[in-house]
Write a protein that binds this ligand. Structure first.
Ligand code: CA
Ligand code: CA
Length: 237
């Protein structure tokens, strides 16, 4: 190849292209043992139950156990350690692309191993201080449950942690920080980068709680009662 006209910058671009070509070869070779490989995503079925009444599809609510590891074998997260499976909606961008694409057509009880390239994971930026930029991720997952639609939102009940039928400042604060953390994660997963609005809200966390109380706590007794609450609060919608 004539490298004459290339600057050092374009030389590294060519190098990167060669590396991609190499990855492509690896992916094609992997096709033999994996069930399918697209965009470098590798999906291996570790266990498929004999009885399979329903298979996961876009829009389903999935409950999963998972263990995520980096290529050096270091575990960065596991639902098993928390003893709490993870629930999300499939195929709508709530999770990284490698999950949205790699968990389709799955039986309850099925176990898979996903090998997810950075483009379908956390990209060149990584996530937090646990996932470095450009990381390929391995997830061993088990599908625990499929339900058709998101569970009915009784937001009041979800916020009312101590079930005394009124919302304290602490309960609302916990909900707000949960929500904001989710927003930050979603923005990161969508590759939107820093979301200034969410950052500002995080900084003004207490202000947000006060605003909610100003709006909702109509008799100003420091608690939001079931009657006062303006959000979703019914078991059936
Ligand atoms: Ca309460
Ligand atoms: Ca009140």
């Amino acid at each position: 190849m004539n490298m004459g006209p290339y600057t050092s910058k374009s030389a590294s671009a060519v190098l990167a292209m060669c590396r991609n070509a190499l990855l492509l070869v690896v992916a094609v070779v992997a096709l033999g043992s994996a069930d399918h490989a697209e965009n470098g995503l590798k999906v291996e079925k570790l266990y498929v139950p004999e009885v399979c009444d329903a298979r996961s599809k876009k829009g389903d609510q999935l409950t999963m156990h998972y263990t995520g590891t980096l290529q050096d074998g270091n575990k960065f997260d596991s639902s098993l350690d928390r003893d709490q499976p993870f629930t999300f909606q499939l195929g709508v961008g709530q999770v990284i692309k490698g999950w949205d694409q790699g968990l389709l057509d799955m039986c309850v009880g099925e176990k898979r191993k996903l090998t997810i390239p950075p483009e379908l994971g956390y990209g060149e930026k990584g996530a937090g201080n646990v996932i470095p930029g450009g990381a390929t991720l391995t997830f061993e997952v088990e599908l625990m449950n499929i339900s058709d639609s998101p569970p009915t939102a009784n937001v009041f009940k979800e916020i009312d942690a101590d079930k005394d039928n009124q919302l304290s400042r602490e309960e609302v604060r916990a909900m707000v920080s949960d929500y904001l953390r989710k927003q930050v994660l979603e923005a990161e997963q969508a590759g939107a980068g820093e979301n200034e609005d969410v950052k500002k809200m995080l900084a003004d966390h207490d202000k947000l709680v006060e605003e909610i109380f100003q709006h909702e706590d109509k008799d100003k007794n420091g608690f939001i009662s079931h009657d006062e609450f303006s959000g979703p609060k019914h078991d059936e919608l």
